[in-house]
Design a protein around this ligand. Structure first.
Ligand code: FES
Ligand SMILES: [Fe+2]
Length: 446
């Protein structure tokens, strides 16, 4: 693989393993911009992975639904009369119109606005206008129900769906990442609750720039977010207070591409006071945290701060800050960000209100931290329009050879400033893109 003459094979002809060149700690940035690679991702990644669909709080009772996407496929997620959750392709079986055109609501049926076919909440075709006159009573309505997402599973109130019936059980797929997820989703043992609607906005960048950053990139924070941290500090703060802690860990899942990282230093709380406010810090580190320590232990209950995490491919979150993200792909160069706020169900009301205020201020569409990240991703993507820019390798070697198993932390673990999880993300991505079966993908990388 050489960029000297720009003489790459078409991505269609190449193994994706060559584009990520794991051993050399490099990636070819074509993977962020190439249209053929993107189309393949819709089939091989989004067509075969477990994808986050909804929080159960969004659909508490029968007929409640939310519209979402699996890759670029529009999806309706709807609570069934028996309490289970079903998901359907939001595409009329007549001529392809979306049968649901609202974000969320309660329905007894979904009626297509084109010619009026109607489907009940179990996806069955229940009404065809002029059935006798136009179809002579011969249409088999049982055969023309909405296309159902075959695999649905719920983990910690998070509903996931998958098109591939051969995918491992969701709990196996999440695997050792659950230990890190529970810092946010099962902190108190009393369950979690979604307290917001969904903020939605677009960013002109490839979905992987966002997903891998949340999996693996603490390195950007002291530089990209310095101005936001300084702006959040009190006027009389010492300059040293802007010096970020260096103690922490990064986690790379042995299988399936998940990653996380966090501070383990007590210093981590200083930043949280300035950015998240005293109410939230008292809740996470002070008098309210004893229950979390009893439930998860001292490390997960109190010590971990500033955590970032991605469940492959496009579901990310920041425990402590408690923002959830779905990076919906919209072509190779655009994403629609969906952002939600989650809290411990048993948190006091003033803590829930503090989260609503702070997360919106820091990580809402115009949040002071949020804009730092979008600025970087948009700029990287813009540069990749160039002929030479999109074939010149990127360095993804940080911390290579310095990760290992750890008695305290599941998975493969390195220092917090590392690209170990990024390499794990891309190794899994390449194996999926090359068409490995789930039986093959289930073999650990290490
Ligand atoms: S496209 Fe839906 S009824 Fe014709
Ligand atoms: Fe960031």
């Amino acid at each position: 693989m050489s960029e000297e003459d720009g003489n790459y094979m078409s991505p269609k002809e190449k193994s994706m393993i060559d584009l990520i060149n794991h051993d050399g700690g490099q990636i070819i940035p074509l993977i962020y911009s190439d249209g053929d690679i993107y189309k393949k991702e819709l089939d091989q990644i989004f067509g075969r992975s477990w994808l986050f669909l909804a929080h159960t709080d969004q659909i508490p009772s029968a007929g409640d639904y939310v519209s979402t996407f699996m890759g670029e496929d529009p999806i309706i997620v709807v609570r069934q009369p028996d309490g289970s959750v079903a998901a359907f392709l939001n595409q009329c079986r007549h001529r392809g119109m979306r049968v649901c055109r609202t974000d969320c609501g309660k329905a007894r049926a979904f009626t297509c606005t084109y010619h009026g076919w109607a489907y009940d909440i179990s996806g069955r075709l229940v009404n065809v206008p002029l059935e006798k006159e136009a179809y002579h009573g011969e249409i088999d309505k049982e055969a023309w129900g909405l296309v159902r997402v075959p695999r649905i599973a719920v983990f910690r109130n998070l509903v996931f769906g998958c098109w591939d019936e051969t995918v491992p059980e969701l709990e196996d797929y999440i695997g050792e990442a659950a230990w890190y997820m529970d810092i946010m989703f099962d902190r108190s043992g009393g369950g979690n609750e979604l307290i917001s609607g969904v903020h939605k906005w677009t960013i002109s960048c490839n979905w992987k720039l966002a997903a891998e950053q949340f999996a693996s990139d603490m390195y950007h924070a002291p530089v990209s977010h310095l101005s936001a941290v300084l702006a959040s500090m009190p006027e009389n703060a010492a300059p040293l207070d802007a010096d970020w802690p260096k103690e922490g860990r990064q986690f790379r899942a042995r299988r399936f591409g998940h990653g996380s990282g966090f501070f383990t230093s007590e210093r981590g709380w200083d930043f949280n006071v300035n950015t998240m406010g005293q109410t939230i810090v008292d809740y996470l580190a002070g008098k309210h945290s004893d229950g979390a320590v009893r439930h998860l232990g001292e490390m997960r209950g109190r010590r971990v701060t500033g955590q970032h995490m991605t469940i492959f491919p496009n579901f990310s979150f920041l425990p402590g800050i408690n923002v959830l993200r779905v990076w919906h792909p919209k072509g190779p160069e655009e994403i629609e960000v969906w952002s939600m706020i989650l809290v411990d169900k048993d948190a006091p009301d003033e803590v829930k209100q503090a989260y609503r205020d702070r997360v919106t201020r820091m990580f809402g569409p115009s949040g002071i931290f949020e804009q730092d990240d979008a600025e970087n991703w948009i700029e990287v993507q813009r540069v990749l329009k160039g002929h030479r820019a999109r074939i010149s390798p990127f360095n993804v070697s940080m911390g290579k050879g310095h990760a290992a198993e750890d008695v305290e932390f599941p998975g493969i673990v390195s220092g917090m400033f590392s690209e170990e999880a990024s390499r794990g993300f891309f190794q899994h991505w390449a194996r999926m893109m090359d068409g490995q079966s789930w039986a093959e993908l289930t073999q650990p990388l290490v």
